[in-house]
Design a protein around this ligand. Structure first.
Ligand code: 5GP
Ligand code: MN
Length: 325
């Protein structure tokens, strides 16, 4: 068991960024607008400070995030000639295993963990974790202020994307007055809220809507209507011509049904079962996911289940029941 490192101060992390010559910005598997937007924003700012920056992401950039600046440089390759004191910056993940198995081994000495998840494992030498922030992008803003980085249109677009992703387009309870004030400022700088809305929320693929129909057909209610779950599997994807990316916000539809406090979507795709959990705020789904090896936030969490789909239904129900569902 490795020792958990303490949190690092804003000043300490800013000084470390200035000290290091080269960086690899690392985003998590099944990337969303927060992990990628935060890494791109910091990477672009570091390049402006004269640093060498690479972007590592195991999965391809999702279609709806390709409008972000610098996404053409995101790959699953790490150049062979990086200096030994290259800093690997992990954005928006409670553990480095979320980066996927393609990331080569990185010494802890060279890891910076920037995040806003509850229960972040403090896996880096430096851990800049602010769990009251709405997105990892707004955690990065603390570093920008410390480093006196001028926020231009590209940085503003990345940061507003992190905010809109993680607040569900300003709908979730993490949308505080301060978040709205910062968002207004980012819009004034030139972040295009219309475009972000269109790309991330409005521009739904027809295949995704067909898939949603199948998921709705398969909905099951339990716990006197307070729990709703459904699933996606390979035949369902084939039938609707959808792919894994089209499953992303389906669970929110389940959570949005009248009377539902907790929703679960089980994604049995290509031999793996991924579970997404959402709560209306009474039941802590982060705690439920953590008992099954996953994690996330109080109202939104996820996990990978090892076993059959039928076993997954039972195990997740039990974990949610233990949290008071
Ligand atoms: P989603 O359901 O959108 O995949 O994930 C919801 C939230 O839970 C996100 O904040 C995500 O980072 C977190 N999460 C999802 N899967 C896992 C997992 O396997 N482990 C951990 N620690 N967090 C997860
Ligand atoms: Mn996030």
């Amino acid at each position: 068991m490795t020792q958990t490192m303490a949190s690092s101060s804003t000043q300490e992390v800013a000084a470390e960024l200035l000290r290091r010559p080269a960086f690899v910005m690392v985003s998590h598997v099944k990337p969303d607008g927060d992990t990628l937007g935060a890494g791109l924003a910091l990477g672009i700012a570091l390049k402006r400070l004269g640093k060498r920056v690479h972007y590592f992401q195991q999965d391809p950039v999702p279609r709806n995030l390709r409008f972000l600046p610098d996404t053409e440089f995101v790959t699953r390759d790490i150049p062979g000639d990086l200096p030994p004191d290259t800093l690997y910056v992990f954005c928006d993940m409670s553990d480095f295993s979320r980066a996927g198995e393609f990331l080569p081994k990185v010494e802890r000495e060279n890891m910076l963990d920037i995040d806003h998840h509850l229960g972040n494992s403090h896996f880096g030498k430096f851990n800049f974790v602010l769990d009251t922030e709405c997105s990892t992008g707004t955690v990065v803003m603390h570093l920008f202020r410390e480093l006196k980085i001028e926020i231009d249109r590209d940085l503003a677009t990345c940061i507003l994307t992190t905010i809109m992703t993680d607040t569900g387009g300003f709908m979730h309870s993490n949308t505080t007055p301060a978040v709205l004030e910062l968002s207004a400022e980012l819009m004034r700088i030139g972040a295009d809220k219309e475009q972000i809305t269109e790309e991330i929320f409005a521009n739904r693929r027809v295949a995704a809507t067909r898939l949603l129909g199948s998921v709705i057909d398969a909905m099951v209610f339990g716990h006197e209507g307070r729990y709703c779950y459904s699933y996606v599997d390979d035949p369902m994807l084939a039938r609707t011509d959808a792919d894994g990316e089209d499953t992303e916000d389906v669970v929110n539809t389940l959570r949005g049904q009248e009377g539902v406090e907790v929703a679960a979507l089980f994604k049995a795709i290509e031999g793996e079962i991924r579970v997404s959990l959402r709560s209306n705020g009474r039941v802590n789904v982060q705690a439920a996911a953590a008992t099954l090896g996953g994690g996330g936030h109080f109202r939104a969490s996820g996990l990978t289940f090892h076993g059959t789909l039928a076993d997954a239904f039972v195990a997740v129900d039990a974990a949610l029941t233990a949290q008071g569902l």
